[in-house]
Design a protein around this ligand. Structure first.
Ligand SMILES: Nc1nc2c(ncn2[C@@H]2O[C@H](COP(=O)(O)OP(=O)(O)OP(=O)(O)O)[C@@H](O)[C@H]2O)c(=O)[nH]1
Length: 470
């Protein structure tokens, strides 16, 4: 699974793949996929938006394509992220589906770009084994440099082509994410990801309540990028004929054909997340994406503390407070005080953030572009008590304002007392979920690991709280 030895695993050979009758155009036997450049779909989106859920869906749906996956993850996430592909890790018969390359030494848009190009080159030596490539970026990646590398890298030549950039959006949280200030005053990652999208997958629509609330979210996204196709989904299950092998960047298209890619940034500029001091990367890049690429740079259920492990139960503070709705939107029309309370400072009418903080360089080495964002890995060798764990999670996720930290995302593999299986924890903003994973096996070191990504985190306190759940 991991490519730690430098050997690229075989691409996925999907068993019993039958041409999709509903979408005969998706049948590789009737297309020129065997000889044409391999289409690469870049899947991006903010932390927790549903990228892995989408990749999982693509890997298990019937569409007629054989898929290779390149997965970029934070170093601390190694081994956790791959466990989030339950169909592959739980079912040995389908183990062949778990064919991907993990790039975990940084963020694709920074230090791993070369590694990505090398991985693609090696993959291309097995060209006959797959029809399409998916690249899942980290939740904080700027898709621009990655797309540019795919477009311009001489080594790759014409063997691969960027098919489309799919940005998965958490419909419940996106407006707050768009409003997050960047310390250098630049456009934040969530805005960059929307701006570059060919397709915006407006996901988690089940978590947006109230008449008009979803329309408001959609309007905020269209204010940033009105050229992207908008697809509403729950659990990231779109019509894949609209996602795979679209030919968005097919060079045979006339310039008019790609004119719909024009980015409308409404005064915002796409800054380089890699290097804010790079003026060529920070200049205003309004215009078609193809021009840019050819340019200078290349349920929320009630918290049930007594529930057994394995019973999936999402918990949210929102259940105990008014749900996000048209009546209580994180909206520019709200009084500034309310927006501040909800953590939506700086949102203007366009959905763009009015970032005002002092400029600070981003940190390439920890691949977190905004220096205020940190990641911490928590560990516990001894099994955790589920009730205590839930109480602790409730406190750190639901009392964020009083504790002074801001948690965007948590994911982990947990060893819970009394359960032979590992438990998978997922948290996005104040929502969390614990579901049963596969049995611990000899290859998986049996201990709890939890990655926390957020701002103003107190590592020692978090680790201490985690250990107290034993
Ligand atoms: N309610 C709800 N939950 C969803 C939906 N889509 C995904 N989720 C859940 O949201 C959590 C995060 O989903 P992921 O697919 O791991 O998100 P991601 O974008 O890959 O996350 P990162 O890799 O950390 O950036 C998981 O618990 C999913 O089951 C949805 O449409 N509705």
């Amino acid at each position: 699974m991991s490519d730690s030895d430098g050997e690229i695993p075989d691409a996925v050979d999907l068993p019993s793949l039958e041409p999709d009758e509903a979408h005969p155009e998706a049948n590789p036997e009737t297309s020129d996929l065997g000889t044409a450049p391999v289409p690469v779909t870049l899947i991006t989106g903010f932390l927790g938006a549903g990228k892995t859920t989408l990749v999982n869906f693509i890997l298990t749906a019937k569409h007629g394509y054989r898929i290779a996956v390149i997965l970029n993850e934070f170093g601390e996430e190694t081994g956790i992220e791959s466990s989030l592909f339950p169909q592959t890790s739980q079912n040995a018969e389908n183990f062949a589906l778990e064919e991907w390359i993990e790039l975990s030494n940084g963020c694709l848009c920074c230090s791993v770009k070369t590694e990505m190009v090398q991985a693609l080159e090696t993959l291309m030596q097995k060209r006959h084994k797959f029809d399409c490539i998916l690249i899942e970026t980290t939740g904080l990646a700027d898709p621009g440099p990655v797309a540019a590398a795919l477009w311009t890298d001489a080594e790759l030549g014409s063997s691969v082509c960027l098919d489309s950039i799919v940005t998965v959006v958490d419909a419940r949280n996106i407006r707050g994410q768009l409003a997050e200030p960047r310390e250098d005053g630049a456009v934040n990652e969530a805005q960059q990801q929307i701006a570059y999208a060919d397709i915006i997958l407006l996901n988690k629509t089940d978590l947006v309540r109230g008449p008009g609330a979803l329309e408001q979210v959609q309007a905020a996204l269209q204010n940033i990028n009105s050229g992207a196709e908008m697809i509403h989904t729950q659990h990231a299950r779109p019509d894949l004929a609209r996602i795979l092998n679209r030919g968005t960047f097919n060079p045979s298209q006339t310039p008019n054909d790609v004119s719909h890619l024009s980015l409308q940034l409404h005064g915002a500029h796409i800054g380089s997340a890699c290097d804010p001091s790079n003026s060529s990367a920070s200049e205003n890049r309004s215009g078609s994406l193809s021009q840019q690429l050819g340019g200078s740079t290349p349920q929320v259920h009630a918290a049930t503390s007594g529930s057994e492990p394995g019973n999936s139960s999402s918990c949210s503070k929102a259940e105990q407070q008014p749900a996000m709705s048209a009546e209580t939107p994180p909206d520019a029309s709200m009084p500034a005080e309310s927006m501040h309370d909800m953590g939506f400072e700086g949102l203007d009418d366009s959905g763009a953030a009015g970032a005002t903080r002092d400029s600070q360089p981003s940190n390439h080495h920890d691949h977190l572009h905004d220096r205020g964002v940190q990641t911490h890995a928590l560990h516990s060798q001894l099994p955790l008590h589920l009730g205590r764990l839930r109480t602790w999670l409730d406190s750190i996720l639901w009392e964020q304002e009083s504790s002074g930290h801001r948690i965007y995302r948590m994911k982990g593999l947990l060893q819970i007392s009394g359960s032979p299986n590992c438990q998978i924890l997922q948290a996005v903003q104040d929502l969390y979920d614990i579901v049963e994973g596969p049995q611990w096996d000899s290859a998986t070191h049996r201990h709890s690991r939890l990655v926390v990504i957020g701002r103003h985190l107190h590592a020692a306190e978090l680790q201490d709280g985690f250990l107290k759940c034993q």
